[in-house]
Design a protein around this ligand. Structure first.
Ligand SMILES: NC(=O)C1=CN([C@@H]2O[C@H](COP(=O)(O)OP(=O)(O)OC[C@H]3O[C@@H](n4cnc5c(N)ncnc54)[C@H](O)[C@@H]3O)[C@@H](O)[C@H]2O)C=CC1
Ligand SMILES: CC(=O)C(=O)O
Ligand SMILES: [Mg+2]
Length: 619
């Protein structure tokens, strides 16, 4: 039991600092800092060294006093600009680039936008994140899906400066010392890939580094993780992509991927190195091909503070979307137990989703319910059609969701047959096959028993979406709920009506899972923490929005949604007794905060925001 709170108050301890205190019944007193303080940064460089350091550089915003102190006088145009003026100048450039590239090939325009953002990131990190946060809806499709996919495909040509760390099969035995080459004393978040399944684009080898970079940009923007404490990592164990192997300019190892124990030993060595130098770090595994994704998650999830975003983050966001779709039907969330859900794709994403949703149904009906045991709510379809118990050499991961052939459908039934027979409430795509929801499949969804069927083509990037928003509204009808992994424009349905497009992407969850895990100090990321995150996301939607078919919150609100999700994750960790505390707050402090309703405030106060701090030179 946590100590009971007797009274609370606030006390200013200096001009910049204020404490909130709680007097506990046992006579003790606990304090948390209440107001955010922008402390000056001590720098030991001057002049052009400052201008070339993206962390300290303020460009034209250096005030005259600092220009004097740091030897910058004369090195910048004379006018001191405000941050807002800097933002306006960048956005004016950005918009003119948009205008100038509008009529050319889309890919050229997308890469041009990525380039100017990346150059800003290289020059002035504070301004980059300020602009990203303020314009997240417009810029997320560039730093993240879909453009990040294109960037990865072209990375060997686009590469200018390294960002993050590279470990390769050639570094075996050296990783524990290599990790000390990273300049940061503390790292909170690592996103790591082996490049084997980048979005739905397949094996992109070392070029997959773009994904950890993009995901960590979202960690900074949405979760307020300090950019100096993030580390993108690429583990290059070779590639089986022949085009890359044939390209003399490819920057990764020119060798086929390691397999078996050799592969595992490389990943083991990296994990050991990462947690040896940074014992409190959280590792997010991203875009590992399914055959390794599950094995690695099983291997590490009890040993390290880690999660697999494609399996666990996606599952949470899909569950929140389905719960939203249930509410959009005018039913309570518990009616998830009555939904018929067809999931197309039985890889890391599809299997993660079905496992998590099965747990959600079990929370309603109980684990022992035959409906739960038999996974009766789900129909899993993969490249060989409907997965049934009659399948030969069936993978044990898949078998637990296989249907009985006595349900009226044969092993390997086609997607259209499945949709016609099942009349599902939800059709979800995680197949990485663009256009898989053909007109025939979508028209079959008209037979759905559901008043508001959900069509969720969640594969990324846009070219791999199972259908477009236009196609879904056109072929199924205006009454659907639509969510896609990559963004589409809302659809004009005529008569002043709009078909709303939701972005069903794990970007809504992973930042909150990571931040919540960090602030709870939990040494494992448990299923309860993940369910709390998904339920929180589902719960933030109001009835009015749901009625119009909006099942996820607006992207511009992602930072405040992430704070709420992190709060839910910390609370779940406290309730489950796995929270161990963060910095000066131990597990009892977290419990007190949870019980007195100030956890959200605690979370928000620990989120970094991009502000220029005063620079003080010290030799
Ligand atoms: N929206 C989101 O937040 C997320 C989306 N994804 C997307 O999910 C997709 C799949 O990812 P993974 O599961 O890791 O890939 P994977 O390659 O492991 O799995 C793909 C699955 O699709 C099946 N499939 C292939 N062709 C098919 C066909 N013609 N008909 C039916 N099924 C077919 C395969 O048999 C396999 O089961 C990717 O495009 C990825 O970008 C993944 C994570 C998050
Ligand atoms: C969104 C994501 O994680 C993926 O498509 O792999
Ligand atoms: Mg992914």
């Amino acid at each position: 039991m946590a100590e009971a709170i007797f009274s609370r108050g606030r006390k200013a301890v200096c001009k910049l600092l204020e404490w909130e205190w709680w007097q506990l019944r046992d006579g003790g007193r606990r304090y948390i800092t209440q107001r955010k303080v922008i402390r000056p940064s001590i720098v030991n460089k001057r002049s052009t060294d400052i201008l070339h350091d993206p962390w300290y550089n303020k460009g034209t915003a250096f005030p005259l006093t600092e220009r004097e102190r740091l030897g910058l006088r004369g090195l910048l145009p004379p006018r001191v600009m405000s941050v807002q003026q800097q933002i306006d100048r960048f956005m004016a450039n950005f918009r003119s680039l948009e205008r100038n590239t509008r009529d050319g090939p889309q890919e050229v325009a997308a890469l041009a936008k990525w380039r100017i953002l990346n150059r800003l990131h290289d020059r002035n990190e504070t301004l980059f994140y300020k602009i990203l946060i303020d314009n997240i809806q417009q810029l997320a499709p560039i730093v993240y899906t879909p453009t990040v996919g294109l960037v990865c495909q072209n990375y060997s040509g686009l590469f200018r400066r390294p960002r993050g760390m590279y470990f390769s099969a050639a570094d075996r035995g050296e990783m524990i010392s290599m990790i000390y080459n990273w300049p940061a004393e503390q790292v909170d978040m690592i996103v790591v890939t082996d490049g084997s399944r980048i979005l739905g684009l397949g094996d992109l080898g070392v070029q997959g580094i773009g994904i950890p970079v993009g995901k960590l940009d979202l960690y900074v923007a949405a979760a307020g993780i300090n950019p100096q404490r993030v580390l993108p990592v690429m583990i290059d164990v070779g590639t089986n992509n022949q085009q890359l192997l044939d390209n003399p300019l490819y920057m990764g190892l020119h060798r086929p991927r390691l397999e078996g124990d050799e592969y595992m030993s490389v990943i083991d060595e990296f994990m050991e190195a990462a947690f040896t130098r940074y014992p409190d770090v959280i590792v997010q595994m991203e875009d590992f091909q399914s055959k390794w994704a599950f094995k690695l998650l099983q291997r590490y999830r009890r040993q390290y503070r880690m999660f697999n975003d494609d399996i666990q983050g996606t599952a949470g966001v899909a569950l929140a979307g389905v719960l939203g779709a249930v509410r959009a039907q005018g039913r309570p969330m518990s009616d998830i137990a009555k939904q018929k859900i067809v999931i197309v794709g039985a890889g890391s994403a599809g299997l993660g989703v079905v496992a998590f949703m099965k747990q959600a149904v079990a929370r309603v009906l109980g684990n022992n319910s035959p409906q739960v045991q038999n996974a009766d709510n789900f129909w899993l379809v993969d490249k060989d059609g409907l997965v049934t118990l009659a399948r030969e050499n069936i993978d044990p991961e898949v078998k637990q969701y296989a249907r009985s052939v006595h349900d009226g459908l044969q092993e390997g039934a086609s997607l259209v047959e499945v949709v016609r027979h099942v009349r599902p409430d939800v059709l979800m795509g995680l197949s990485a096959v663009g256009g898989l929801f053909t007109q025939e499949v979508l028209e079959a969804m008209k037979l759905s028993d559901c008043p508001r069927p959900a069509i969720m083509p969640m594969s990324n990037p846009t070219s791999k979406a199972e259908c477009t928003a236009e196609q879904a509204f056109k072929h199924v009808g205006p009454h659907i709920v639509f969510a896609s992994g990559s963004p589409f424009q809302d659809v004009d349905l005529g008569d002043g009506k709009t078909g709303h497009v939701n972005q069903g992407n794990n970007m809504y969850l992973f930042p909150g899972i990571g931040l919540g895990a960090l602030l709870s100090g939990a040494h494992q990321i448990t299923d309860n923490m993940l369910h709390a995150a998904a339920e929180c996301l589902a719960g933030v939607m109001d009835e009015e929005s749901l009625k119009t078919g909006i099942i996820y919150p607006p992207i511009p609100e992602i930072r405040c949604i992430t704070a709420k999700i992190a709060e839910a994750v910390v609370k779940a960790a406290v309730d489950e007794d796995v929270a161990e505390g963060y910095r000066q707050y131990d597990h009892r402090d977290l419990r007190v905060m949870a019980e007195s309703g100030v956890l959200l405030n605690f979370v928000e106060r620990h989120m970094w925001s991009p502000e220029y701090s005063s620079l003080v030179f010290e030799k």
